[in-house]
Write a protein that binds this ligand. Sequence first.
Ligand code: E4P
Length: 218
Amino acid sequence: MQFFLDTADISQIEKGLEWGMVDGVTTNPSLIAKQGKPYLPTVKAIAELVPGPVSGEVLATDYDGMMEQAARLSDLADNVVIKLPLLPDGLRAARSLADQGIKTNVTLCFSANQALLAAKAGATYISPFVGRLDDLGQDGMSLIEEIVEIYDNFGFDTEVLVASVRSPLHVTMAARLGAGVATIPFKVLEQLYRHPMTDKGLAQFLADWEATGKSFDD
Ligand code: E4P
């Protein structure tokens, strides 16, 4: 299973890479806006830092505009994946880009049928937003289960990229369901490491040795 970081914050990406847990990065216009920096240079800086796939989203909502922006995003670096909204024109662009060998991430997926359409359009990744479904009182992880089953039924190559992850439990469930990728906010990545029994156990180990009055070399 791959972990992508869901952020446009360079310091978070550097830390995640240092920990050896970041296989790629996803950005979106809201995340880039939060950084207060220009759009394309931000995607480029991230793509230069990260050895794996980096999703950069088009801002256009019509086919020609998406294709023009996809070309410019693609020119930034070889590892840029074009993020497209799940609209008829977005899926048409996904098909055209797939035909050119360009990787795509179809975003804002909220139903199994939308995921089926994205796979038929040749998307490299589909991004179902589990947290935003939970916010509506629906079960976001059930959608992942449905998509994994449908993709398995037909052997689609499109990878399920679990998005809008809000908690460690989302990551556990994504892994149990066999989703290929989860894109994780930095705060949740940090939470994955933590368990109070780990802290308690370590404190006890160190205290027991310190009580001997000896050092590491004794
Ligand atoms: C996915 O690619 C999106 O960037 C992201 O996961 C959305 O998450 P949010 O619902 O927490 O904004």
